[in-house]
Design a protein around this ligand. Structure first.
Ligand SMILES: *Cc1c(COP(=O)(O)O)cnc(C)c1O
Length: 350
């Protein structure tokens, strides 16, 4: 019953097999190997983008920070939601790697703070720029699936991109949970990115069954020129690059990436239905594989004592009937039985 995060789960066995299979003979270093070339082609095919520039890095923070640094000059600002991973969870890495670009926080929907509204984005971009004294307009960064578990529709992505394009501002998508969003929306990667106006995306792997790799994809190679230098300078150019490529090669074989995302989303759907049946309030409006829910501290503690693992503030001191939010994240490996067991415990705890 581990719902802590989708990076707490195991690596898919097919990915481990691919790592072992890649561990033979010699291969040129720094991405000059055949497997990397093959993976770059597979990613271009997946995104229907033959001209795309593709780079592999080992963490999502590196993917976000280096992509944004390539899109934004140091004197600019990145428009993102108040709860964006780049704002809350990256220790100022985007600001550091961009050499000083700042973040401008944009209001989200009242019931989905991870989803910026086009009006709020428009106001924020309009207010930036101007004279030499002001932060200039850098890029828009949107997260799909969002940090509060919400998934933008294609129309919503298009509307945000249209606002950005109106100011000639590029759009970046933090896709740490990209595959879960595709599984949810039943659309193509092209539809969710460049066809909607997205200029670059971090195509996540680690949270969906890989060991440590994310692909940064620039649909307009113009934006990509710097990435190569920035990746090396950030110490993210892996010399034994074939082992990053091997993970993605397995991921992109026979639709493993999408199968794993569907499995994770199905467990989340099971959780959602179960909690709703029990009358437990759920805050996430359009979930893919993570949800936020509310229970009294006493119930959270009973669940934790019974072995469920997830984030909440239940361990902190406070009244037992205080209502507290918890976060449940499902990964590809979670069993139906574990979710059923958890829901039985919730029923008892309430
Ligand atoms: C997990 C996550 C990342 C990447 O985090 P790393 O720990 O650096 O791999 C980026 N964005 C979002 C929305 C995430 O949830």
């Amino acid at each position: 019953m581990n719902f802590a995060s989708d990076n707490a789960g195991p690596v898919h066995p097919k990915v481990m097999e691919a790592l072992v299979a890649a561990n033979t003979d010699y291969a040129m270093a720094y991405g000059n190997d055949d497997l990397t070339a093959q993976v770059v082609d597979k990613i271009r095919d997946l995104f229907e983008a033959p001209e795309a520039a593709v780079f592999l890095v080992a963490t999502g923070t590196a993917a976000n920070s280096l992509a944004l640094a390539s899109l934004c000059p140091p004197w600019s600002t990145v428009f993102c939601s108040h709860v964006a991973h780049i704002e809350e969870d990256e220790c100022n890495a985007p600001e550091f790697y961009s050499g000083g670009a700042k973040l401008t926080l944009v209001d989200g929907k009242a019931d989905a703070p991870d989803q910026m509204t086009p009006d709020a984005l428009h106001s924020a971009i309009a207010a930036a720029g101007g004279s030499v004294h002001n932060a200039q307009r850098g890029a828009v960064s949107l997260t799909q699936v969002g940090e509060k578990g919400n998934t933008y529709t294609l129309d919503e992505i298009r509307a945000l991109c249209d606002v950005a394009k109106g100011f000639d501002v590029p759009v970046f998508m933090d896709g740490a949970r990209f595959s879960n969003a595709i599984a949810k929306l039943a659309c193509t990667p092209a539809e969710m990115t460049w066809k909607a106006g997205v200029d670059a995306v971090a195509f996540g792997g680690t949270k969906n069954g890989l060991m440590a790799v994310e692909a940064v994809v620039f649909f307009n190679p113009k934006h990509a020129q710097e990435f190569e230098f920035r990746r090396k300078r950030a110490a993210q150019l892996f010399s034994k690059h074939r082992f990053l490529a091997a993970q993605l090669d397995a991921y992109l074989t026979d639709g493993l990436w999408l199968d794993m995302a569907h499995a994770a989303n199905a467990r989340c759907h099971q959780l959602l239905e179960g909690l709703q049946r029990l009358g437990v309030p759920v805050q996430t409006q359009t979930p893919a594989n993570l949800i936020f829910f509310t229970l009294p501290r006493r119930a959270h503690r009973a669940l934790t004592d019974a072995g469920a693992v997830y984030y909440s503030a239940a361990a902190q001191d406070g009244a037992l009937d205080d209502m507290l939010t918890g976060r449940l994240v499902c990964d590809w490996s979670l069993s139906e039985e574990a979710v059923t067991r958890f829901l039985d415990l919730v029923a008892k705890a309430i």
